[in-house]
Design a protein. Structure first.
Length: 436
């Protein structure tokens, strides 16, 4: 890793009490450059990881810094230092260079989110919208039950038969499950296609790659663990049946042009080329996650237009899975409507986080308005209990990224422009406030 021009800075802990019980004021450390603040920020993120095991999603900076962080720094000291770093960042002369300006905004917002996470770990209870604003710099729209009822009403005639709509939906889509013994074959085909299509538009480091593991007993469907040196481990949870549409969804979201590409471009363009060490750590509960999840979800639309996807699945993926390819159009006519129910998860999470409903009621809501069966609703509820307002990063993030890129001319009708704007977003320090 290139860390040229990064200067070590030693920030004091909150001072210990003196003999008479008073706590002396700490002597302010002099931080005079963005590089010094960036390194201090990185070390605070690592320090937070000692209090919150989910906080550091990825780190590939100097190993000795991670070892140093194992000496647990008090939360109050982390808060004090984060606040001071933001104050000192504000005193640095503003640059006319766009990337430098974006970097400054990135560090400011990430530090602010770190402070909010400290407050939460210290016991402060925030409402759903307060938490999402504090951690992810974004507010998700609120939808009434009637919004989801209207979508469900449109689904009714497409799923005739006996039983509730959920029962009919589950019975109908059993035909589209990827058999477990064919899951890796189908997934690898999807990865190969997504990678080829991504490399036709985005130049990636020659050594980039990732491995795939199949796991169980997780609250999520899949996860990308970025390891640095342009490598990732992608884990796919097989607790529940994996449906045929998930092949491209997961290959694009976790791999190409999603999380794997996002992290690889940040490492190449910002960490190695510019020496911006702060991007070698990724705090999960931060505004960066909205960009990460939003681009990963929107990447599914970038890598395949809808007609291209239907054609590829019909010719390649469905036969490989042993599923009748003549039903592709029927399948996506239904799934496209089901996709419009994604904000139902936000509403369940909002009411749960706000203390208005318990986990059982949240699961019931998801069954009714997100068309999740009992086991899938249970898994989604576990995710909500663990990650709370993080859910907005998927649907709101996708919508914000799509709007940003389309406003800049990257529409489905201009695929080259769409790829260009998408890559520019992936390889930059932009956060939610920069793409509104």
């Amino acid at each position: 890793m290139k860390c040229a021009s990064v200067v070590l800075v030693f920030l004091p802990l909150l001072a210990a009490s003196t003999a008479d019980g008073a706590t002396p004021s700490p002597t302010p450390a002099r931080v005079t450059s963005a590089n010094e603040i960036a390194e201090a920020y990185l070390k605070l993120v690592l320090a937070m990881g000692q209090h919150d095991p989910d906080y550091v999603d990825a780190y590939y900076g100097p190993p000795e810094w991670k070892k140093q962080s194992q000496e647990k720094k008090p939360l109050d000291a982390i808060m004090f230092e984060a606040t001071r770093l933001r104050d000192q960042l504000a005193k640095i002369s503003k640059s006319t260079d766009e990337m430098e300006r974006l970097r400054r905004g990135y560090l400011t917002k990430q530090l602010s989110a770190l402070e909010a996470r400290v407050r939460i770990l210290n016991g402060e209870r925030l409402k759903f919208d307060e938490e999402s604003q504090a951690l992810y710099d974004a507010l998700a729209p609120t939808f009434a039950e009637t919004h989801f009822q209207e979508i469900l009403a449109r689904l009714e005639p497409k799923l005739p038969g006996e039983g509730t709509l959920l029962q009919r939906y589950e019975n109908w889509r059993r035909a589209f499950v990827i058999p477990k013994d064919k899951l890796d074959t189908v997934f690898q085909l999807a990865i190969k296609a997504c990678r080829e299509r991504t490399l036709a538009h985005i130049k990636l480091p020659p050594s980039e790659n990732f491995s795939v593991e199949y796991v169980t007993k997780k609250p999520w469907g899949a996860y990308n663990w970025y390891k640095g040196n342009y490598r990732s481990i992608i884990q796919v949870n097989t607790d529940l049946p994996v449906y045929i549409d998930r092949a491209i969804d997961l290959a694009a979201h976790e791999g190409y042009p999603g999380h794997h590409v996002y992290n690889a471009l940040l490492e190449k363009n910002l960490v190695r080329d510019r020496g911006w060490v702060e991007f070698s750590v990724y705090p999960l509960f931060s505004p960066q996650s909205l960009i990460a999840e939003g681009t990963a979800n929107f990447g599914r639309e970038v890598v395949f237009t809808k007609p291209e996807r239907l054609e590829f699945e019909k010719k390649v993926l469905w036969p490989a899975a042993g599923i009748e390819p003549s039903r592709v159009e029927e399948f996506y006519t239904v799934q496209d409507l089901v996709e419009k129910l994604t904000y139902a998860t936000n509403e369940a999470a909002r009411e749960y986080v706000n203390g208005e409903i318990d986990a059982n009621a949240a699961a019931t809501w998801l069954q009714k308005y997100a068309l999740m069966d009992e086991k899938r609703a249970e898994q989604a509820t576990k995710f909500i209990k663990k990650y709370r307002s993080y859910v907005i990063n998927y649907n709101l993030g996708q919508d914000m990224v799509r709007s940003y890129i389309e406003k800049r001319g990257g529409t489905a009708e201009q695929p080259e422009k769409r790829w260009h704007e998408f890559e520019q977003l992936l390889a930059s320090p932009r956060l939610p406030g920069d793409i509104r």
